[in-house]
Write a protein that binds this ligand. Structure first.
Ligand code: GAR
Length: 202
């Protein structure tokens, strides 16, 4: 089984969806470690009492980004992680880290990229006035939410939506999409041609 390492900064609902998919037999991966950059993160509390190793690597303890990323990379290597899964990880990774895990980092973003990259994607979508938004799973490159797109799911924007209601509808789609993308990767079904990712038939 592919060993994944999950990086998360907050609530951890996407991690939970991944764990649920593993337990339901829909996803054949092992979560080797969960790393949070934030000691207060709910994602760490979520793992209390589980057998998944949870580690906090606090960015504030490091003088610079590269030292922080070196510590994260070291932890991932010690746990024999083969695929890095960003799940609500609210930091941009630098060249040093991306090069070390080239083509082996995935992210989920709550918009239909390339629309609304960066923070508060759901609020950006509401303020822009789009009628459809959604979520995107993509490989990570050095840009902000610019890497090759693996899967996307569209979600309607309703006239009475608030940031909360739209975020919740998108999050529901995220919880289905991320385990599916991970399964495709682990089954060796993702092929790259430049920026384009093709899904091999079973
Ligand atoms: C998710 O909506 C995810 O798409 C978003 O943060 C949330 C994390 O929720 N990620 C980004 O905005 C990345 N730029 P979770 O901690 O409950 O999985």
């Amino acid at each position: 089984k592919t060993v994944i390492g999950v990086l998360a900064s907050g609530r951890g609902s996407n991690l939970q969806a991944i764990i649920d998919a593993i337990e339901a037999g829909r996803l054949a991966v092992t979560v080797g470690v969960v790393i949070s950059d934030n000691p207060e993160a709910n994602v760490l509390k979520r793992l209390a009492g589980s057998d998944i190793p949870a580690v906090c690597i606090d960015r504030r303890q490091f003088a610079c980004r590269q030292d922080f990323e070196a510590a994260v990379a070291e932890e991932l290597n010690v746990r024999h992680v083969e695929l890095v899964v960003l799940a609500g990880f609210m930091r941009i990774l630098g060249r040093y880290f991306i090069d070390r895990f080239a083509g082996k980092i995935m992210n989920i973003h709550p918009s239909l990229l390339p629309a609304f990259p960066g923070e508060n994607a759901q609020l950006q979508a509401l303020q822009y006035g789009v009628k459809v938004s959604g979520c995107t799973v993509h490989f990570v490159d050095e840009g902000m939410d610019t890497g090759p797109i693996i899967l996307q799911e569209a979600v309607p924007v309703m006239e009475d939506d608030t940031e909360e209601t739209l975020s919740e509808r998108i999050l529901h789609a995220e919880h289905i999409l991320y385990p599916r993308a991970l399964a495709l990767y682990c089954e060796g079904r993702l092929c790259m041609d430049g920026r384009r990712v093709y899904i091999k038939k079973e």
